[in-house]
Design a binder for this molecule. Structure first.
Ligand code: 5GP
Ligand code: ZN
Length: 143
C-alpha cells in the first residue's frame, strides 16, 4: 500500500524520520510513540502512517491495526508506569480538541485521583427525541 504524506504535517514528518520521537512500536501501517506534551507519564500516540485528517477518512486496515496496537500497548504502558487504568481518546475536528490534523489515538495512563479530565456533567435523555435520532443514525450506518 502506498502511504499518503502531507509535507506540512508534523506526524507525517515523524513517520518520515524528519522529526525524532520516542518510538514504542512500528510496522508497515502504524507508528506509536510518546506524546511530547504528556497528560501523564507514558501518554502515547498511535497513528496510521498514511496521512488522513480525521478517523472517517483514514485507511480501514490501518485503523484496525491502530486498534490492535492500542489494545496491546495500553496494558503494557500501565504496567511499565505503575498506572491503574488508561483512557483511549481520539479527537476529530477542532471543536473536539484536535490540534494535529493527522489521525491519532491517545493512550493516557490514569491513576485514581490524578485530577485529569474526561468527566462530563451528565444530561437527561429525552426518550422521544433519542428514539427518532437513533432511528436516523442507525439507518445511515453501513460499515
Ligand atoms: P490532539 O489535541 O490533536 O488530539 O493531540 C495532539 C497531540 O500531539 C498533543 O497531545 C501533543 O502534545 C502531541 N504532539 C504535537 N506535536 C508533537 C510532536 O512533534 N511530537 C510528539 N511526540 N507529539 C506531538
Ligand atoms: Zn500527516
Amino acid at each position: 500500500m502506498s502511504l499518503n504524506s502531507d509535507p506540512d504535517c508534523i506526524f507525517c514528518k515523524i513517520v518520515a524520520g524528519g522529526i525524532p520521537c520516542h518510538q514504542l512500536y512500528e510496522d508497515d501501517l502504524v507508528l506509536a510513540f510518546l506524546d511530547v506534551g504528556p497528560l501523564s507519564e507514558g501518554h502515547a500516540l498511535v497513528i496510521p502512517k498514511s496521512h488522513a485528517v480525521e478517523l472517517a477518512d483514514a485507511d480501514q486496515q490501518a485503523v484496525e491495526r491502530c486498534a490492535a496496537v492500542a489494545k496491546q500497548l495500553g496494558p503494557v504502558i500501565v504496567e511499565q508506569t505503575g498506572a491503574a487504568g488508561w483512557n483511549l481518546l481520539q479527537n476529530n475536528g477542532s471543536a473536539a480538541g484536535q490540534e494535529v490534523g493527522h489521525v491519532h489515538f491517545h493512550i493516557i495512563p490514569r491513576r485514581a485521583g490524578d485530577g485529569l479530565g474526561y468527566r462530563w456533567n451528565a444530561g437527561a435523555i429525552d426518550h422521544d427525541d433519542a428514539g427518532q435520532l437513533a432511528t436516523k443514525i442507525a439507518s445511515s450506518v453501513n460499515p
